[in-house]
Each structure stands twice: as structure tokens, then as C-alpha cells.
Ligand binder design. Structure first.
Ligand SMILES: Cc1ncc(COP(=O)(O)O)c(C=O)c1O
Length: 465
């Protein structure tokens, strides 16, 4: 059974249309290329708040904050003004070789102020992928600086998502990002995905599951040798792997293990950061303390690209200690700390604080989680899960005993299409349908979102029957 995208109805687009030109010119990221060639694109034309309109005038509720990023919603005029003013004053400046400027410095100060650990220094990039590449390079540089040249491997998790560049794509634990790209690179290891629902053995309790996968992690560390492992990287709640909330106690046991073997904890807050999970950072919701942290997406609410890596001061001191020996700290991008991106990100975070948006997200998040929980009774839904304004419903063929659909049936993709037809943008990752609306969403809009999901879900059930 192939999925049936909304645009399958339009198999011919006028040659001058954006649709036809899209099909002629673009190579789309993270897209099933053949399905796209058959179905054609949906053209987004404008957006305001939590709503988007396509070029047919159809309105959609944005249930995914774009790619988990438009926290402040669309069309914030103040951010547009901040960008314009910064472009007029200093459209570009750099941070190489001792140059600096106000917006990057003030943003670093703000990020340290709200970080969930004692951060010392901030390094800027433009994407979550480059932030996680930077994480790996900083771990290597640090361990070389302090005389531990063997301690270099990074442990990630199956179904984790950390980006697509050669190194961050290796950290990612999802097959499409490795297959035929010759990834992962050596030195990146993958351990268990902490999803009890899909990975728990029959008869196993959640606590036994946690103990088993934490033991597996320890076995991996011992097999490789703790003195060869630099860091463990984790999204507090796994996003693109299907919105997976690890069981209680998991992170506490992992953290204890990492401390025992002197392994850094890289916290990938690219989705979870800035209020998404009901607290400022996912590490706080899940109860662990990072060594270093990556942020992107909501840090600028995607008005402009910006990412940052936060490290403790002792890592920076180690870098300083080898400065004479190594010369230039040879890492940085032309756009590291782009002044316009930094000015917009800074104002974005200030607005979040002024509007007490993290509290708003936590409060509306309760309604969100209640509505999501209501779908557990639906015949197609095997599990609902989430925290704050992040969640997913997993569609299954049989609830008890759990039997998933075959991937070739495309049930998740069909459901996402049916939701789109009903005026809701969601994303299917396999058969997990994800929800991650802008944090500014109101309670009424949360109800509207799940009412539309109910329509899409019932249509999927009818289609299957
Ligand atoms: C947790 C996480 N880390 C890293 C990335 C990569 O970010 P980017 O797409 O900006 O490179 C993503 C993107 O979705 C992500 O969800």
C-alpha cells in the first residue's frame, strides 16, 4: 500500500508553476525522492502565529513548528525589525582573530544565564549538525590538550538524531542517514534506544528494561575500554527517532555510569531546549546535568539560522593551556556569531522571558498531554507519549500483543497526509505521528489541533478497513 499524499490528485502542474519548477530544479532534503516526483510539492506561501497558508489559500495549523523550530510562531514583526536594524548598523562582522561585536557577546551572556549547568564559553554555528560536529571536535581537542589522546570515541544511541554532516550524521542512529552514505565513521558507537514500548522484552518491567540497557552501555564501555571513550551524546527526549521519552531512572543511571568512567555527557538540546518539554531545557525535565550542550532551532525561533555549543570553563582553560604549543584554535565558520542572527536570537530569548513563554508552554502543555492521552483509546493507537508541548501517537496494527504495521504499508505517512487534508501539519516518523506546535499556541488552538488529528486518524482507520 503506497502512501497517498494530498497532491497526488494534481498530477499535472502548469509549466510556469512553482510546483513544476520545484520538480525540475530541486533536490529535496530528507524526502522520499520518488514519492515526491510522483506527488509534487505543497507550496507554503505565508504564515502568521501558528497558522500557515499554501498557494491554494488553504490554511493549516502548524503542528510541527516547522522542523521543531518556530517556537515564537510565524510573522513576529519585532524580530523582523531587529534584523533590519542590525543589517543597517552592522550587516556582517566576524569573531575570528580577536574581532567581536555586541549581539554575539550579549547572546553568549544570555545563554550562559539560562543554561542548565555551569557553562563557561559559547561557540557559535548555524545548524544543529554543525553544533554536534563542533562537540566532537572539542572533545578531541580537549582530550589531546590534557594528554589523553586515546580517549576519543563517542557513544550515541540507536534512533537518536543529531544531524546529517559526516560526523553528526554518524551520531544519528537512523538507517536512512547512514545507508549508501558510507556512515557511520569509525569512532562513533551506538547503544540501545531507551524506548520501553518498542524495545522492552516480553515480561520485562520498565525498571528491568532500564537496568538491561544501562548494563549494555557499561558492557560497551568496558569492551571498548573507558580510556577510549570521550563522550556520550543524547537528546533528552529523542525527537526525529519518534518522540521517545526514556523511562524514569534511565538518565540518572546513565549519568552515574558516565561519571564512574570519566565520560562527558553531551546534551543535544536542539529540539528540547527553550521550553519545549515543560521546563527551560530537556535536561531539567529528565533530571540530568550535562557536561556540554548544543542548541539551535528555538534559540532563534528559526527567524535566522543560529546554533551554539556551550562548554564548561575548565575545557576552555585546557584549550588555553595548549595555545602556545598549537597556535591558532583552528575551528570556526565565516558565520560563527553572525551579528544579524545573534541579534535576532537574543531578542527572541528576551521575548520568551518577557512573555514568560516557558511557563505558558508548561501550562498549555498539560492540556496538550491530556488531549494526546485521550487518543490511547483509539483502535489504531498503540502508545501516546511526550512532555510539555512535544508528543507522538504511535499507530499499530494490533495493540495487544503489540504488532506494528509493515513499513511498506505507509500508514504513518497516510495519516500525516490525511491530517494535512484536514488542515493540520504533523510529521510521521515511521508510524509515530509527532506533534510539536509553536510554544505560543493557545489552549483553544491545542484543541483545534487534536480535533483535526482525530479527523485524520479516523480517515486512516477507514482507509485501512
Ligand atoms: C536533536 C537534533 N540535533 C541536531 C539536529 C540537526 O540540526 P540541523 O538540521 O539544524 O542541522 C536536529 C534536527 O532536527 C535535531 O533534532
Amino acid at each position: 500500500m503506497a502512501d497517498a499524499p494530498v497532491n497526488a490528485l494534481h498530477n499535472e502542474f502548469p509549466p510556469d508553476s512553482i510546483e513544476a519548477k520545484d520538480l525540475a530544479h530541486l533536490l529535496h532534503p530528507t524526502t522520499h525522492l520518488k514519492h515526491h516526483a510522483a506527488a509534487g510539492p505543497t507550496v507554503h506561501e505565508r504564515a502568521e502565529g501558528v497558522y500557515l497558508w499554501d498557494n491554494q489559500g488553504k490554511q493549516y495549523l502548524e503542528g510541527m513548528a516547522g522542523l521543531w523550530c518556530t517556537a515564537l510562531g510565524y510573522g513576529n514583526a519585532e524580530l523582523a525589525e531587529v534584523a533590519a536594524a542590525q543589517m543597517k548598523q552592522l550587516s556582517y562582522s566576524q569573531l575570528f582573530a580577536g574581532k567581536t561585536h555586541e549581539s554575539s557577546v550579549l547572546l553568549a551572556e544570555k545563554l550562559k544565564e539560562i543554561a542548565p549547568f555551569e557553562a563557561g564559553r559559547v561557540f557559535y554555528g548555524l545548524s544543529g549538525s554543525d553544533a554536534n560536529d563542533t562537540q566532537i571536535k572539542l572533545m578531541w581537542y580537549y582530550n589531546n590538550a590534557i594528554g589523553r589522546p586515546e580517549k576519543k570515541k563517542i557513544i550515541s544511541r540507536r534512533r537518536g538524531y543529531h544531524g546529517v554532516t559526516v560526523a553528526s550524521g554518524s551520531l544519528t542512529g537512523l538507517p536512512p542517514f547512514h545507508k549508501a552514505f558510507d556512515l557511520p565513521i569509525p569512532g562513533v558507537l551506538h547503544t540501545d534506544c531507551p524506548h520501553f514500548y518498542s524495545e522492552g522484552s516480553s515480561g520485562e518491567s520498565e525498571t528491568q528494561f532500564v537496568d538491561r540497557i544501562v548494563n549494555n552501555l557499561e558492557d560497551l564501555i568496558l569492551k571498548e575500554g573507558a580510556d577510549t571513550i570521550a563522550a556520550f551524546i543524547a537528546e533528552p527526549i529523542l525527537g526525529a527517532g519518534g518522540v521517545i521519552v526514556p523511562p524514569p531512572g534511565y538518565y540518572q543511571k546513565v549519568q552515574a555510569l558516565l561519571e564512574q568512567y570519566d565520560i562527558c555527557f553531551i546534551d543535544d538540546e536542539v529540539i528540547c531546549g527553550f521550553g519545549r518539554t515543560g521546563q527551560a531545557f530537556g535536561a531539567q525535565t529528565m533530571g540530568f546535568t550535562p557536561t556540554t550542550m548544543s542548541v539551535a532551532k528555538a534559540v532563534s525561533s528559526a527567524y535566522l539560522p543560529l546554533s551554539a555549543v556551550l562548554i564548561p570553563e575548565y575545557m576552555h582553560e585546557a584549550f588555553l593551556s595548549v595555545s602556545d604549543e598549537l597556535g591558532v584554535f583552528g575551528h570556526g565558520f565565516t558565520y560563527s556569531g553572525h551579528p544579524v542572527c545573534a541579534a535576532v536570537a537574543l531578542r527572541n530569548l528576551e521575548i520568551m522571558q518577557e512573555q514568560d513563554l516557558f511557563t505558558h508552554a508548561a501550562e498549555v502543555g498539560e492540556v496538550f498531554q491530556q488531549r494526546l492521552a485521550g487518543f490511547a483509546e483509539h483502535p489504531l493507537v498503540g502508545e501516546v507519549r511526550g512532555a510539555g508541548l512535544l508528543g507522538a501517537a504511535e499507530l499499530v496494527k494490533e495493540k495487544e500483543p503489540r504488532m506494528p504495521f509493515k513499513p511498506s504499508e505507509g500508514v504513518g505517512a497516510y495519516c500525516a497526509s490525511a491530517c494535512q487534508e484536514a488542515g493540520l501539519i504533523v510529521r510521521a516518523m515511521g508510524d509515530a505521528v509527532a506533534f510539536c506546535p509553536p510554544l505560543i499556541i493557545t489552549e483553544a488552538q491545542v484543541h483545534e489541533m487534536f480535533d483535526k488529528f482525530a479527523v485524520g486518524l479516523d480517515k486512516t482507520l477507514a482507509w485501512l478497513r
